[in-house]
Design a protein around this ligand. Sequence first.
Ligand SMILES: Cc1cc2nc3c(=O)[nH]c(=O)nc-3n(C[C@H](O)[C@H](O)[C@H](O)COP(=O)(O)O)c2cc1C
Length: 307
Amino acid sequence: MRIGDIDFGNNLILAPMAGVTDVGFRQVCSIMGADASYSEMLSARAMLYNPKKTELMTITSPYEKIKIGQIFGHESDVMGEAVKNPLLDRYDILDINMGCPAPKIVKNGEGSALMKNMKLASEIIKACKKNAKVPISVKFRLGYDRDISVDFGRMCEESGASFVTLHARTALQGYSGRADLDAIAKLKASLKIAVVGNGDVTDIESYHNMLQTGVDGVMIGRGAQGRPWIFKEILGEEFKGNKFNVICHHVEVLRKYYDEKWLTLYLRKHFLWYVSNVENASTYRLEIATSPSIDESLEILKKILNN
Ligand SMILES: Cc1cc2nc3c(=O)[nH]c(=O)nc-3n(C[C@H](O)[C@H](O)[C@H](O)COP(=O)(O)O)c2cc1C
């Protein structure tokens, strides 16, 4: 996939995941083969009125190949101004979130609520496109409560998006059921701009099923949680490195930026994901979930993984 002069290499993309895709995680996924990675979603209002609040979230890693910043909001003027924020100069592409189903986002008319207001969604894309120095993309779902993805994708294309990403579930579905690969194929066949397919890619088989839709790129979210080496595996290379060292690398990057107390709590979920598929790890789950320090957690993980 090529967007202007940006070449996506193997077209493997790490999904934006709020509260998950921190800079350390993005760094290890990039080293494992992700060609592009997204920031966690950034509030356009915060970018405009309180940028200090989001500054930490805009830190990128030099290992990230193509850096995509994702913004969310519901006002075309605010979003059009927000994309001028110098903090966003760190990104090669800016993406607009039109798929988030979280009630607190939808209630403000943001995320997937924009799929119910195609006119406003178009105004937002045009306003961002007009002021951004880099290409604009849009990530959306099938629709809010039914599949309108082809019409919505056409609107994105006509409004100036350089590519779109489809997570093939409706917002009301949340994460239930399976991603609708036929809908992804239909969208790809209907648009001239590139389409990235997203939903349920967790291994080589599901990756190949996604490629069958004809998409230009494949995005992986939950499949990478605790398994940043999934990108290597999907590329057909077995990961032979030491998993514990990957975890230490993830932690080391975060320690450069975040307070130890906050990180201790934040990292627990990552630590639990890292050992979720490891035999005999279940006896240590409670210890990890309640561990008072990162170093103690690392000792437990070392014991589990290096056994
Ligand atoms: C914890 C979590 C946080 C997420 N945060 C975002 C987000 O900030 N922006 C976004 O567009 N999608 C977000 N998503 C959706 C993912 O990017 C992706 O579309 C979804 O997980 C489906 O892909 P998967 O089956 O590969 O996980 C999030 C998903 C999860 C599980």
